[in-house]
Write a protein that binds this ligand. Sequence first.
Ligand code: HEC
Length: 134
Amino acid sequence: MVRIKSLWILLILSQMVFTQEVRELALAKGMQPLPDSFEELAKYFKDSATPLTREKVILGKKLFFDPNLSLSRQISCASCHQFDLGGADGLPTAIGHEGLANPSHLNSPTVFNTAFSKYLFWDGRSRSLEDQAK
Ligand code: HEC
């Protein structure tokens, strides 16, 4: 019993060392941790054509969950990009209007942190959220 416990502790410790190594490697490559406050987040967009404001965040959240934006008034962004499923839907193919599957058999990618993405959509054809929303 003691041996099994020691093995678990060893496993957890080695995992922690590995995680720390990956973190240091990412930081050395110029990656940064995500901002943890509105003020820190807003700094990333201060020179943008669309600076971040608290009002926009509130409006965006409201629209994201509003099914009235869809033709059937039954689907919202959150139908396919569910926060409790990592910003996706866990389905092999997204299901949209009238319960139909995405014609290209694409599944819903996460929307988490996409404001920082350089390429959007599975084939990378879009370069910004503004362009992606067209
Ligand atoms: C029917 C399901 C569905 C709904 C509803 C939906 N999406 Fe998507 N979303 C997708 C799929 C599928 C893709 C990938 C499409 C592609 O690659 O061509 C996608 C891609 C995206 C992306 C790009 C993510 C990335 O990492 O490339 C963003 C951002 C996004 N959607 C936001 C939204 C917003 C905002 C709404 C509401 C206005 C919305 N989506 C509604 C299924 C959906």
